[in-house]
Design a protein around this ligand. Sequence first.
Ligand SMILES: Nc1ncnc2c1ncn2[C@@H]1O[C@H](COP(=O)(O)OP(=O)(O)OP(=O)(O)O)[C@@H](O)[C@H]1O
Ligand SMILES: [Mg+2]
Length: 330
Amino acid sequence: MESIITTENLTKIYRGSIKAVDSLTVQIRKGEVYGILGPNGAGKTTFIGMLTTRVTPTSGRATVAGLDILKESLKVRKRIGVVPQDLTTDEDLTGYENLKLVSRFYDITANEANRRIDQLLNMVQLQKHSHRRVKTYSGGMRKRLELIVGLVNDPEILFLDEPTLGLDVNTRMQMWEYIRDLRKRLDVTIILTSHYLEEIDALADRVSIMDNGKILVTDTPSNLKNSMKEDYITITFASPDDLKLGEKFFSNNEKRFSGINTLRVKVPNSDETMPDLINYFSSHSVKITRITIQKPTLDEVFLEYTGRSLRDEERGDARKSMFTIGRLRR
Ligand SMILES: Nc1ncnc2c1ncn2[C@@H]1O[C@H](COP(=O)(O)OP(=O)(O)OP(=O)(O)O)[C@@H](O)[C@H]1O
Ligand SMILES: [Mg+2]
């Protein structure tokens, strides 16, 4: 498959000592949605910063759309769209005025700019709000506007740095729909950073897990999850006798009882276990009332590679500061 971005030992050290990005060598494929999943401070924004020519690498090389990020930075900028982590639109201007302003940075004729702006506003359903000042927009509308600002120059590659940061769950999911839709309609490669597991799972064709400036693994979300080899099957039996009969099936597995007549077992691959299980239960007349299968999530994958749970970090700093206070008291 054709690469649209390649990096070779790309490194950024801030102020002589903070290694934000540590010797990354990656290939991003044309047309894919490439996700970078990592906790706060992992180096995601710095990595994006170098690829979008806003941050100068300390060492290493990279090409974007076949162009060298150092020697051909102006050309790179024309071929890419960037939606930074921080909001960039002007609150005192209307949505339309913001888009128009950006179109003037590029060599786009007024007619062409208007045509594109119309199309983009439509795509994220901001048409009827386009002549309102941005300061009157909701958080979700504002993020939608930021998203299309990155598309005014019809880029080959779109960089989205934490596109749903700070949005509530529903608005976030709505945003995913817009991102999916624009990907379908426009011929664009998307580089997406996030520390939301569900977001990467929902949008990325491939994901790199990043921590402390390093990429620990890159693969499709489903390959990563399947590599975890631990599915949970939870079965509730109709009676204690059924439970006794049923549990014999799992003699070699790790069994855990959870609740009345309920068995929770860890199996390497539930897709393979389930047909045997159903045959066994029916031939031994084991009656069950409920069965659920739980596949590993990206959080288990993250935990496997980093030794930490991203979900714990997602829950925020409140618990962390409680922990610190607890330690100080001791
Ligand atoms: N301009 C800067 N000067 C000095 N250090 C910086 C600068 N920008 C980032 N850093 C440091 O580099 C490391 C990586 O930061 P970066 O913002 O790239 O991470 P991130 O993964 O985007 O984090 P977040 O999820 O919080 O956005 C951090 O330790 C950060 O403090
Ligand atoms: Mg960041």
